[in-house]
Design a protein around this ligand. Structure first.
Ligand code: AMP
Ligand code: TRP
Length: 347
């Protein structure tokens, strides 16, 4: 079996300001993985346009999400940070994958069903092939590990299926071109921590999401201290005190969610939180949670504001990142063309 050096890739869509789910579900792990891996973190602007985006707002959101990555602790010296559309190999490989993935595979994607809603006939074709572009994002770097929230698991499975089918369909050509048994690794989702699925503050059975109509359902990374305190105060809960064991959270989705958020913000575990707060009521727990959230989030918001005051600096940083990303992706895309039999000018 061919082995591939470990490499991390992940991305977020510049469609909104970041919320606590994005931060705790994904970004906290991005930051940690920088200590152990080569990491590539992308602002996936081409995924964003699978649904309508106001052009000026999109440009602003690309810079703002980049600022959020940096303020959240992604280090542009150690990691590669860039926006997807600046590296053409993503779109090129996505086209090849459009020809590898099967209609039946994409028809099973729950995120497409959710985003297209009842009016499937009117969804963009880009929204349907969205997972193929996501597979290309990852595989154009031969990335092996992908830190994401729970909701991306199905897309990662599809990326593995695409990699396996490519390796299989072109096995002869892959070997003939000196790549051994496998051209692409099968990328592993990396979904870990006490908050891989942060739920809405209004309804413990729905995930925290940018598209929820109520702003009280989510904590935005740019919310001020008052907004954070107010949202946690109004968060839906049951009347019981907190249990002292994790098992006691089983049938209590709202309590489970708030304890998970606390643990993730603190960098500890649900068990450790319950060891401290078990037996105490929400009247005591919620203010402590709000205080912790403000302590963690307000320096990030302040740093984002500082960075956004100089958009030219952000643009320059993205341009450097795109160059580094392109230097990895372009030669792999050349090899893909050779394996598939697409004739290309020799460099
Ligand atoms: P998106 O905002 O859809 O681009 O998501 C960016 C990242 O945040 C992905 O890795 C998602 O899995 C993750 N994510 C989004 N919402 C949540 C949530 N409510 N809980 C945990 N992770 C989330
Ligand atoms: N689909 C992901 C989301 O909505 C974003 C994404 C695009 C991504 N390409 C990726 C995540 C590659 C990880 C790896 O959250």
């Amino acid at each position: 079996m061919t082995t591939f050096p470990e490499r991390v890739f992940s991305g977020m869509q510049p469609t909104h300001s970041l919320h606590l789910g994005n931060y705790l579900g994904a970004m906290v792990n991005w930051v940690k993985m920088q200590d152990t891996h080569d990491c590539i973190y992308c602002v996936v602007d081409m995924h964003a346009i699978t649904v309508w985006q106001e052009p000026e707002e999109l440009t602003r959101n690309i810079r703002e999400l980049t600022a959020a990555y940096l303020a959240g602790g992604v280090d542009p010296e150690r990691s590669v940070i860039f926006n997807q559309s600046a590296v053409p190999a993503h779109a090129e490989l996505a086209w090849v994958f459009n020809c590898i993935a099967r209609m039946g595979w994409l028809n099973r994607m729950t995120q497409f069903k959710e985003k297209a809603g009842k009016d499937r006939e009117n969804a963009s074709t880009g929204l349907f092939v969205y997972p193929n572009l996501m597979a290309a994002d990852i595989l154009v770097y031969r990335a092996t590990h992908v830190p994401v929230g729970e909701d991306q698991k199905q897309h990662l499975e599809l990326a593995r299926d695409i990699a396996a089918k490519f390796n299989n369909d072109f096995a002869g050509s892959i070997a003939a071109h000196g790549h051994g048994e496998a051209f692409f690794p099968l990328p592993e989702p990396f979904i870990t921590g006490p908050a891989t699925r942060v739920m809405s503050l209004r309804d413990g059975t729905k995930k925290m999401s940018k598209s929820d109509a109520s702003d009280f359902s989510r904590i935005n990374m740019t919310d001020d201290a008052d907004a954070i305190a107010q949202k946690f105060r109004k968060a839906r809960t049951d009347p019981e005190p907190l249990p002292s064991e994790v098992e006691g959270l089983a049938a209590r989705p709202e309590a489970d969610n708030l304890v998970g958020i606390f643990a993730a913000l603190k960098g500890s575990s649900k068990q450790a939180v319950l060891a401290e707060y078990g037996g105490r009521g929400f009247a005591e727990f919620k203010p402590a949670l709000a205080e912790l959230a403000v302590e963690r989030l307000s320096p990030i918001a302040a740093e984002m504001r500082r960075l956004l005051a100089d958009p030219a600096e952000i643009d320059a940083l993205l341009a450097r990142g795109a160059e580094r990303a392109n230097a990895i992706a372009a030669p792999i895309m050349d090899e893909v063309k050779d394996v598939v039999g697409l004739l290309r000018p020799k460099r």
